[in-house]
Design a protein around this ligand. Sequence first.
Ligand code: HEC
Length: 135
Amino acid sequence: MVKRMVIGFALSALFATGVSAVEFDLKSNMQNLNKHMVQMQTAFIMGDKAEALKAVTALGEESKHLLADEAVMAKMLPKAQAHKVRIATTSARMIEENIETIKANMDNLRRDTAQSAYLDIQRACMRCHNLVRDW
Ligand code: HEC
């Protein structure tokens, strides 16, 4: 709870003022998300189950930082896009749900279920980025 408030405050500060120290936190959080996504893709391509599990666990830890409430998320979006905040929160939730799907489907029979959950996470990343960026 306290952690969530700190993150909420950090994000509000970032989008209200563009302070660079706070910006760095979001940036490093996002870069870590990306690192774990790349690790997971490599693990799936190589067929390395242990590495895939390691990557999805790390992604789960990191993505918890994204699960803020709508008020926080609204501040993350440019003003003109703020009414689309539901799309952003849905993206964050989709990531969480797909992480659970991957963890639950790592046996040999359901590998493609885990792999398509990985692709759904990528879609969720891009969905939110398309909201916050011009392209
Ligand atoms: C709730 C919205 C949201 C979601 C979901 C989201 N991001 Fe981001 N992401 C942002 C914002 C806001 C920025 C900072 C603004 C920008 O770079 O356009 C950002 C920036 C980034 C950056 C650039 C960091 C830098 O060095 O400047 C990377 C890499 C990144 N995100 C990766 C990811 C990955 C991978 C996922 C999915 C696992 C993801 N993001 C999901 C909102 C989101």
